[in-house]
Structures are given as structure tokens and as C-alpha cells.
Design a binder for this molecule. Structure first.
Ligand SMILES: [Zn+2]
Length: 222
């Protein structure tokens, strides 16, 4: 047990300083009362370090792009540093969200997919491959997301995943219908996306019908 030479009290654990007068304690330390937080501190340091590196990259690339200026060979008019900055800022936002407690994995997945697909569409627009993104990449990714959130809904005990599954379904079905109404055609990948979404709706009604109607009633105050 440690002792304070001034306050004449005994202090348990392995603290160095007196809790009353902040003087250095004498005597033998006991086993620590509180667990050491070194792992957490190290993770926090790594997080700050990568944040500094990311901002350094953004500042350097904007400098190269606008002041030097260094441009991509095939795109002499493109401010590539702004696209890069957009991706890096979104990357930081997603890392921040991942560490935020209390948000379910279904929500994280849905949000990540929406942000990444939005940025991919913007990037593709400026680099000139927007058609393949709209007709192939987006429906394939949405199909994967719908399947993933369906699985999360099946294993989720609290019913929190259901809202995101229903959200993902909207992304899986509505674009296909809009495309068909506007252009009378549906790209193959979108058709597959819609079929998979509809099959999973049936699957949800069969396996989770009660929690699905409960979720819809809760969200829309029926
Ligand atoms: Zn003291």
C-alpha cells in the first residue's frame, strides 16, 4: 500500500500521486486498479497520423495541380486534385463512421455504398467512362449490397437491419423501372439486379414477414 507523507493517508493501486494533494506517494505499489489503455492510445495515434498524411497529400496535389501545373496526360483541362481530394475526404468520413459506436453494420454498409457509388459516378463523368458505371458497375454493386443486407436482416436479432434492407431494395428496383419507362430498355445488369431484389423481397416475406410489416408500420406510423 502506498502512503502520502503529507496527508497521512493510504492509497491502493499503483498511482504515483496523492489524490488529495498531488504529492509523490511513498511505499510499494499494489496491483493496478484500472486496466492500461495502451492499445487504444496507439490506435488513436495511428488514426491521427494517417489523417495528417491524407491532408498532406491533398495539399501537395492541389499545389501541383493549380500552381505548377501538373495535369494528367489525356485530360489537360481536368483538375484531378479535386477528384483526389473528394475521395480522400470521403475516405476519412467513412473511417470516422466506422469507429462511431451505436450504428449497425447494415447502416454502415448502405451508407458506404451510396457514398462510394456517388463519387464513382462523378469521377467517371470527368474521366469519360460514366456509361459503364451507370449500366454495369452500379447495378452489380447494388445487387451485392441487397444480398448482403438481406443476410444481415436474417441474422439480426433487433430488427435494426430491416430498414436498410428496404432502403437497398428501393435502390435495386426503382432505377430499373425508371430506365425502362424512359428508354424502353433495361441493361442486363439492371435486369439481374431487379430480379434478385424481387426474389429477396419474397424471401423476406417468407422468413421475416412479421418483422417486415412491423418495420414498415413503425417507419410510416401506420
Ligand atoms: Zn497527500
Amino acid at each position: 500500500m502506498k502512503k502520502c507523507p503529507y496527508c497521512k493517508i493510504e492509497v491502493g493501486g499503483n498511482t504515483d500521486k496523492c489524490p488529495l494533494c498531488q504529492s509523490r506517494l511513498n511505499g510499494e505499489a499494489e496491483q493496478a486498479y484500472f486496466p492500461k489503455m495502451e492499445a487504444l492510445q496507439f490506435r488513436s495515434f495511428l488514426y491521427k497520423l494517417q489523417l495528417l498524411i491524407v491532408w498532406a497529400v491533398i495539399i501537395v496535389s492541389i499545389g501541383l495541380d493549380f500552381i505548377v501545373p501538373v495535369r494528367l496526360p489525356s485530360y489537360p483541362d481536368l483538375h484531378w486534385s479535386l477528384l483526389l481530394a473528394m475521395w480522400l475526404v470521403a475516405f476519412e468520413f467513412l473511417i470516422m463512421r466506422q469507429f462511431k459506436p451505436g450504428t449497425g453494420s447494415a447502416r454502415k454498409v448502405t451508407m458506404m455504398v451510396i457514398i462510394i457509388l456517388g463519387m464513382l459516378t462523378i469521377t467517371a463523368y470527368y474521366l469519360g467512362f460514366v456509361q459503364i458505371v451507370l449500366e454495369l458497375v452500379i447495378p452489380v454493386v447494388i445487387t451485392g449490397t441487397v444480398i448482403a443486407s438481406f443476410v444481415l436482416t436474417l441474422v439480426d436479432k433487433n430488427g435494426n437491419a430491416m430498414a436498410y434492407f428496404l432502403t437497398d431494395l428501393l435502390f435495386g428496383v426503382i432505377p430499373s423501372i425508371v430506365l425502362y419507362i424512359c428508354y424502353r430498355t433495361m441493361p442486363l445488369a439492371w435486369m439481374i439486379c431487379m430480379i434478385v431484389s424481387l426474389i429477396l423481397v419474397v424471401g423476406t416475406v417468407i422468413f421475416k414477414g412479421r418483422s417486415m410489416t412491423g418495420e414498415i408500420q413503425r417507419r410510416f406510423n401506420l
